[in-house]
Design a protein around this ligand. Structure first.
Ligand SMILES: Nc1ncnc2c1ncn2[C@@H]1O[C@H](COP(=O)(O)OP(=O)(O)OP(=O)(O)O)[C@@H](O)[C@H]1O
Ligand SMILES: [Mg+2]
Length: 251
């Protein structure tokens, strides 16, 4: 379980502090597939970074399986992060000078228990994403969708329970977007807990919980019989009715 409690984050800007998060409260249950929607600049990447232990909040706490991660020392937090979280960062996130196989292997470098089984695990992940024939290709020899699949395979290398994906289909065509989404859905069915940021209301209909970020706060959108098949596509319009959303209960 991940709980984000009263988290704020302000960045230093040229003309004073920029409030990216303003009292965010958010709880991820094991087994959730959460989609976070919201306009550009509303704090989605900031929230993912803070809940994943990558970015220190200005105030508030993040609990991971009951541990307050921002009170741990950096070394312990890095270890926890490598074990518990798979990250798919906004905008591709593969290393151009490493091959497909090397990119997928990379996260195990952050855990002390590196062993030979890693190589066969990495190969089998590359096969699962359909690039078994391209193990030694470099990212510039791959399409955008293939690179994204490598980034996803890499996030799975340490077999983390949580996957945090920031617009993993952002710059892809519809067909590739749906391929990537199917990959996430099969990972979800196989037990991963997923938090995905996207601008696509279409994708949100497949999640079991949908949230929306607005001015550094996060609200859960009510589902219909546990699904979100009928999300109002006008939610991003300026005249959005607050009646459509409800505040997430404080953990
Ligand atoms: N390192 C930084 N320094 C200063 N301001 C930042 C920094 N990172 C983000 N911001 C600002 O904080 C706010 C939230 O940014 P964030 O990247 O979390 O938004 P986002 O919802 O992920 O946007 P997008 O949909 O465009 O990715 C924005 O106003 C952004 O300009
Ligand atoms: Mg972002």
């Amino acid at each position: 379980m991940i709980a984000v409690v009263n988290v704020t984050k302000s960045y230093r800007g040229k003309n004073g502090p920029i409030a990216a998060l303003d009292g965010a409260n958010f709880r991820v249950r094991v087994g959730d597939f959460i989609i976070i929607l919201g306009r550009s600049g509303t704090g989605k990447s900031t929230l993912l970074g803070i809940m994943g232990g990558l970015l220190r909040p200005s105030s508030g706490e993040v609990f991971l399986d009951g541990k307050s991660i921002w009170t741990l020392d950096e070394r312990t937090r890095a270890r926890l992060r490598a074990e518990k979280h798979g990250f798919v960062f906004q905008n591709a996130s593969v290393i151009p000078s490493l091959t497909v196989l090397e990119n997928v292997l990379l996260p195990q470098a952050f855990l002390p228990r590196a062993h030979a089984a890693n190589l066969s695990r990495a190969k089998s992940l590359v096969e699962q994403i359909g690039l078994g024939e391209r193990l030694h290709a470099y990212p510039d020899q791959l399409s955008g969708g293939e690179k994204r699949r490598v980034a996803i395979a890499s996030s799975l290398m340490n077999d983390p329970p949580f996957l945090l994906a920031d617009e993993p289909t952002g710059d892809l065509d519809r067909e590739t977007e749906s391929e990537i989404m199917n990959l996430f859905l099969s990972l979800w069915r196989n037990g991963k807990t997923i938090v995905m940021v996207t601008h696509s209301h279409q994708l949100a209909s497949d999640a079991n919980r949908v949230f929306k970020m607005n001015d550094g706060r996060i609200l859960e959108l009510p589902g219909q019989n546990g699904t979100h098949k009928h999300i109002d596509c006008e939610l991003d319009s300026p005249g959005e009715a607050p009646i459509n959303v409800r505040e997430v209960p404080r953990p």
